[in-house]
Design a protein. Structure first.
Length: 331
């Protein structure tokens, strides 16, 4: 038997987080508290992105009341269990696994004023991730600036474009910039043969198109990197797929609450210890996209690293204990 409690929150974006959502609308999510009958208690985040196909928060909570657990909540409960087991023995998530570096998420390329990237680089970042697909001309200019700072680049089209847009974009990337592009994520909606063509131009990463891949009938290699989001995806199954297809893996959070970020980073650290170079730098520092809150204020950020901070499990002990928890009764 488990008991579920939730505490709704809002994250206030500083800039438009991707090509799909309006700039300033607050983002709704809920923290979850899960209690198991054996006296275990753990916490996780639930942060749906309806723009990316998730069932809205209210709907997911309503379904729980009817006894139906969404796959996203199932994943949150799994993460809460990890947290609970660490809390029980008063261990911190940073006690498990190896340090993993994060990429720098560039929310808005218009912030690329002279000196901006020098500062980012001096903090220790080596890779910049940029969402593209809104204004290709300006994005190409931004790309040139990042390359001039000699930083590696991850691009993400969020599958909003088409083969034609992607191909035109790639043909305009200067030859000197191209080797600095580590990969392009979700260049356009998943289609095995078209993606196999795309990866002849540049390494391709699979992220939000994960659920469109016919895993059992793949005939050609259509991506080079798998983006693993523990908030959404079964970690073990995804790793097995990556190993079978000989792809690398990048762990990212779900542009969610700091509790979600720390959970994702915990998975990244554990997998890094187990799989070494198979694991690329991760992308778990997205809290900067939102106005600071009492949780993000507690995080111990040192350049591209999130370092150990006080508390058990994912931390935030006091804050989590004192949330206004509401029971999610199972009928
Ligand atoms: Mg993505």
């Amino acid at each position: 038997m488990i008991q579920l409690f939730y505490s709704p929150y809002e994250l206030k974006p500083l800039e438009s987080p991707n090509a799909l959502s309006a700039a300033t609308k607050p983002r709704s999510g809920a923290l979850l508290k899960v209690e198991w009958s054996e006296g275990l208690r753990g916490y996780a985040d639930l942060h749906p992105w309806p723009e990316l196909g998730d069932s809205p928060l209210e709907d997911q909570l309503l379904e729980v009341r009817k006894g139906r657990i969404s796959s996203q909540i199932e994943q949150s409960i799994w993460l809460a269990r990890r947290d609970a087991e660490l809390r029980k023995v008063q261990k911190n998530i940073f006690d498990e696994g190896d340090t993993v570096r994060n990429n720098f998420l560039l929310a808005d390329y218009r912030s690329l004023k002279p000196g901006y990237l020098d500062e980012v680089k001096s903090e220790g970042f080596s890779t910049v991730k940029m969402k593209v697909g809104r204004n290709l001309k300006e994005e190409l200019e931004a790309l040139t600036l990042i390359a001039a700072a000699k930083m590696r680049i991850r691009l993400d089209f969020n599958a909003v474009g088409s083969w034609q847009i992607f191909e035109r974009f790639m043909s305009q990337v200067p030859p000197s910039v191209r080797p600095l592009i580590e990969y392009v994520e979700d260049p356009f909606p998943y289609e095995e043969k078209a993606w196999a063509e795309a990866r002849k131009l540049i390494p391709i990463a699979l992220d939000n198109q994960y659920h469109r891949v016919p895993w059992d009938t793949l005939s050609v290699k259509s991506f080079d990197v798998l983006v693993l989001k523990p908030a959404k995806m079964d970690v073990e199954k995804t790793m097995q797929r990556a190993l079978a297809l000989k792809t690398k893996v990048t762990v990212t959070n779900y542009m969610d609450h700091p509790v979600g970020s720390v959970h994702a980073l915990g998975i990244a650290m554990e997998l890094k210890r187990k799989w070494g170079d198979l694991m690329l730098d991760c992308g778990c520092l997205t809290h900067r996209l939102f106005q600071m809150n009492s949780f993000s204020a507690e995080m111990n950020i040192q350049g591209p690293y999130l370092k150990r901070f006080k508390g058990s499990g994912v931390g935030f002990d006091k804050l989590l204990e004192t949330q206004p928890w509401q029971p999610l009764t199972l009928s």
